[in-house]
Design a protein around this ligand. Structure first.
Ligand SMILES: [Zn+2]
Ligand SMILES: [Zn+2]
Length: 253
C-alpha cells in the first residue's frame, strides 16, 4: 500500500516540525505503508520544510518517503506553477482543480450553488479545466478526478461522455489518476473517482495511484486497503508511486 496524498500542514493549521512529521511517518509505518507522499497545497509554499522531512525519513528505513506538491491548476497560471516546480526536485506533482471561473466550488458553503446550476454544464466546465490541467504537462498525477460531485449533484448526461476528452488527454500524456478515499467523508460519500469511471480508466490503460488526502496524521492510509481491493476487483494488477517524477510500480496482490 502507498499513500501519495497527505497534507502535513493540514489547512495551514499545523507547522512542519519534528513532532508533526514524526506523527505522519509513525502512522504510515503503523499501517504498513511502503510509500508515503507529502503533497501540501502550493499556496502554503512558505511553510514547507522539505529538508526536515528528508532528514527525518532516515529514521524510517522501511518506508519510502516522497515529496510532492498538490498544485492548484487555473488556466493561464502555468507559469506560476512551473516556477514552483523549478525550485525543488519533487518526486511527484498532483494537479488539482478546486476552483474555476473564480469559483472555489468545494467549500461547504458553496453547496447550494451546485444544486442551482445546470448539472451537465457544471460537469462539462469542470472537466474542460481538468483537460487543460492534463494538457499542461506540469503534473504526474491528476487529483480527485471527479471532485465536482462532492455534494452529490449528478449529471444527466453520461459521466463517461462528460469525462471523455479529459480521459483521452490523461491517457495520451501518460498521467496517473488517484483513487482518493477522502470523498467518502464528503456529502457524496464515495471515493473519487466513482466506480464507473474507475472501470473506464482501467479499460483505457491509465495507471492508478492511491491517496487518502489526509489533513491530519490519524487519517494517513485511511481506507486504502479497500481502495486497493476495489481496483483488484476491476482487474487492476499494479499501482504506481513516484521517485523524482519517474513511476515506480507496485503489484496489487
Ligand atoms: Zn485537493
Ligand atoms: Zn489534497
Amino acid at each position: 500500500m502507498l499513500d501519495l496524498h497527505v497534507h502535513l500542514l493540514g489547512h495551514n493549521d499545523r507547522e512542519a516540525n519534528q513532532g508533526t512529521i514524526r506523527a505522519f511517518l509513525d502512522e504510515a509505518s503503523r499501517r504498513g505503508l511502503k510509500e508515503i507522499g507529502f503533497a501540501d497545497h502550493d499556496y502554503y509554499w512558505d511553510q514547507m520544510n522539505f529538508p526536515l522531512i528528508r532528514e527525518m525519513a532516515e529514521d524510517y528505513p522501511h518506508l519510502e518517503v516522497r515529496i510532492g506538491l498538490e498544485a492548484e491548476y487555473r488556466p493561464h497560471e502555468e507559469g506560476r506553477i512551473k516556477n514552483l516546480l523549478e525550485q525543488y526536485p519533487f518526486d511527484f506533482v498532483i494537479g488539482s482543480v478546486h476552483e474555476f471561473d473564480g469559483w472555489a466550488f468545494d467549500y461547504p458553503e458553496e453547496e447550494p450553488l451546485h444544486w442551482q446550476k445546470d448539472a451537465d454544464e457544471l460537469y462539462s466546465r469542470y472537466f474542460e479545466i481538468i483537460a487543460l490541467a492534463a494538457q499542461s504537462g506540469l503534473f504526474t498525477t491528476i487529483g480527485h478526478f471527479d471532485l465536482i460531485k462532492i455534494f452529490g449533484v449528478r449529471p444527466e448526461k453520461d459521466i463517461l461522455t462528460l469525462a471523455d476528452e479529459a480521459l483521452t488527454i490523461v491517457a495520451e500524456k501518460g498521467l496517473v489518476l488517484e483513487v482518493n478515499t477522502n470523498g467518502r467523508y464528503k456529502p457524496v460519500q464515495e471515493f473519487y473517482p466513482e466506480r464507473r469511471l474507475m472501470e473506464e480508466i482501467q479499460r483505457r490503460g491509465i495507471e492508478f495511484t492511491l491517496g487518502s488526502d489526509a489533513h491530519c496524521a490519524e487519517n494517513v492510509g485511511r481506507d486504502l486497503e479497500e481502495a486497493g481491493h476495489m481496483l483488484r476487483e476491476i482487474g487492476v494488477q499494479s499501482i504506481v508511486g513516484f521517485a523524482k517524477l519517474a513511476k515506480v510500480s507496485y503489484s496489487l496482490d
